[in-house]
Design a binder for this molecule. Structure first.
Ligand code: UTP
Length: 291
């Protein structure tokens, strides 16, 4: 079963990043020289998937425009002989087939994923959240597709978090069946303190079997009155096996101010053009702060 489609929910309101996100989608906020969503689309493409389904909302058209053909811009760059920039602008858009589906109301991540059903149909698919970045040698989605090839069951990407932060995540209780691979027994969205001993937190990467759609239809509003994907996975987990996979790489929550700043600094340090000067700048800054 080959995974051909990736669903990228980008319909959220981005309230943690207001007022920046009043008129600009948070997925379009720039990390060094490209919007967050471009890094995610690049991960999808590097993982061998080229059909992308954006779950969007009103006010998010900048995302679709970013991946669209821009006649004026390309003609201008070609006429000016700015061929490097032309290649950069054309780059990724030419490698993907895009479909957008509107989520009419922001009723939660589960509700957003359910909106992809008419396009995805009865086939497994990947889900990558539009504000979760994973910096890794092997793309995180690719790591998960390899596991899906072997097990053909749904997979959630997890990382261990400090106990005092578990209430911010979907948490899985699971049994390790191979190094870094766990068979899920239960999933709990944003558990209150003391509800679970597990610290395996779900991050924004999933590979899902199509049975998730029927589970989503049976999922009632949960935390925050939203249809939670975690709650639907908890239903699926009683009907089929789900695996939790501790991915190799470093994850940044770019939808959160601090996470966004950390991503900006680390991606800037690794950037071929500005990396070494930025490092010198930071070293001097640290001396100033400490001195
Ligand atoms: P978040 O909870 O991080 O996004 O959802 P949000 O609701 O936009 O952010 P805050 O908490 O108000 O700041 C994770 C992902 O799911 C999408 C978001 O766009 C984000 O990429 N999402 C969330 C939807 O597509 N629809 C929703 O109803 C909720």
């Amino acid at each position: 079963m080959k995974i051909k489609k990736a669903v990228l929910p980008v319909a959220g309101l981005g309230t943690r990043f207001l007022p920046a996100t009043k008129a600009i989608p948070k997925e379009m906020l720039t990390i060094v020289d490209r919007p967050t969503i471009q890094y995610i689309v690049e991960e999808v493409v590097a993982s061998g998937i080229r059909e992308i389904v954006f779950i969007t909302a009103a006010g998010k058209s900048a995302i679709e425009n970013h991946f669209d053909y821009s006649f004026e811009l390309e003609t201008f760059l070609a006429q000016k002989g700015k061929l490097d920039l032309l290649r950069e602008v054309r780059g990724i858009s030419r490698l993907i087939d895009l479909v957008s589906v509107r989520q009419k109301e922001p009723l939660g991540l589960g509700h957003a994923v359910k909106a992809s059903e008419p396009v995805v149909g009865n086939q497994p698919f990947a889900v990558l959240l539009g504000d979760d970045l994973v910096d890794s040698d092997v793309p995180c989605a690719y790591q998960m597709l390899k596991i899906f090839d072997e097990y053909e069951e749904s997979i959630v990407a997890v990382q261990r978090v400090p106990q005092e932060e578990t209430h911010q995540y979907g948490i899985v209780e699971a049994v390790e069946v191979a190094p870094g691979l766990h068979k899920v027994e239960k999933l709990i969205e944003k558990p209150k303190r003391g509800v679970t001993k597990s610290n395996l937190a779900i991050i924004g990467r999933y590979v899902l079997r199509p049975e998730i759609y029927s589970c989503l239809s049976r999922t009632l509003p949960g935390i925050g009155g939203e249809i939670q994907l975690t709650d639907a996975l908890n239903i699926l987990c009683k009907e089929r096996t789900i695996y939790a996979y501790e991915f190799q790489g470093k994850r940044f929550d770019a939808g959160d101010k601090l996470g966004y700043l950390k991503a900006t600094v680390e991606y800037a340090l690794a950037h071929p053009e500005v990396g070494s000067s930025f490092k010198k700048y930071l070293q001097n800054l640290i001396k100033q702060i400490e001195g």
